[in-house]
Design a protein around this ligand. Sequence first.
Ligand SMILES: [Zn+2]
Length: 460
Amino acid sequence: MTLVIRDTTVVTSDAARTVRHGASIAVGGDRVAAVGPRDEIDRRFPDAERVDGRGKAVFPGLVNCHTHLWFTVARGIQEDFGFPSTLAFPQTVTDLLSPEENAVFATLGALEALRGGTTTLFDVGFRIPDYAKPVVASGLRIVFGPSSSDLDPAGVRDGRFTYSPARGEKTLRAVDDLISGWHGAERGRITCLVAAHAAEACSPDLLRAARELAERRNLGTTIHVNQSQWEVDAVMRVRGLRPTEYLFQCGFLGPRMIGAHCRYLSPAEVALLGRSRVFVSHNAAMAARRGSAPPIQALEAAGATIAMGSDNMAHDMLEVMRTGLFMERVARQDGERPWPEDVLEWTTRNGAIALGLGAEVGSLEVGKKADLAVVDARRPHLVPNVRIVSAFIHNGQAGDVESVMVDGRWLMRDRRVLTIDEADVVARAEALGQRVWRQLVEKYPDVPFPIRLPGSAPSA
Ligand SMILES: [Zn+2]
């Protein structure tokens, strides 16, 4: 059965950045069957199920190249304490939650992503087995990045960096198991990359082993790199090199690697990332919250490819795109560049290529997967629709997305999410979030916490 979204605006995100007006898009099975003028598509697909696309714009689903879905539990708190967090609790709230409870927050993250038009999401971390199943059940296209590290976390707060081969082997075994269990699952909707956690968290042996595992599995890699001044100082102290220089020396940089953050970079490191043809996940909203910006223009000029990610606590890629656009204009002191179309390319085509999915998603072209978001383009803040990409990125809201499709299947239709019990997830996450923050604060009464939680006594 063919489905046609008829008489609409199709933002293709193809190489020529074509936007088609008065057009229709036909979906056959899980793929785009045709994009073309309304009348032509009517003639070619006379028996198709038709969806009225007037007053809408169809975008390719957005691609989030770096996040940690389960950390939505820290929303409203951890945004305001820097990185590494200046909250001195010996544990995080997630340590006080069961795997099932952490899964509620991962599902909450998936729900938020879906509502905002994200269709492909790269989730990185150590706890993926706790929440893989409900996240996969959301219907989103998921790339899992199971993480590895051989750093003993015990001494880090006191500045001691010791590395344990046993821990490295254990985490790499878990990476391999997760890949065996999920890579290619759901008819290819689920794939994996190999993550090494961060430059300071991985010895040369761990980095080599992670790279070899990725090569054996024919997969790309990812790592957090140059995320904070703290990390730069730590790697300088332990390795005598800056983080990117260290990764280069260990042979970890390359054209199938996504470097997440890439913020505190020397000019020599920018050159190394460019020469190595890496992908950079520019997590713009998080970068802005942390008060630091990656040198995007220099990275692109050097040869790196920019993709975008949300990172912790939020999964609204429209907000990420807009923040990225604004940050770059401020950084360049340029009221014209980048263009919204540049930023959309980072968040669609580039993101798909970064994740090894460039042949399948990232643009609305014949033969690619039918992963798309239908935007209500008649909202007051989007009219007139003379240049919908610019209007959407400058002024759009996640709530403008009214329907989302992945693999030709509606996951949200007319703002109703079809794959997740939204009311249940929201209610459980709210109750758990209230409970667990109170629990953490009560467990460590001596740790300064300058926030008054709901229901606690007013401060004197
Ligand atoms: Zn991260």
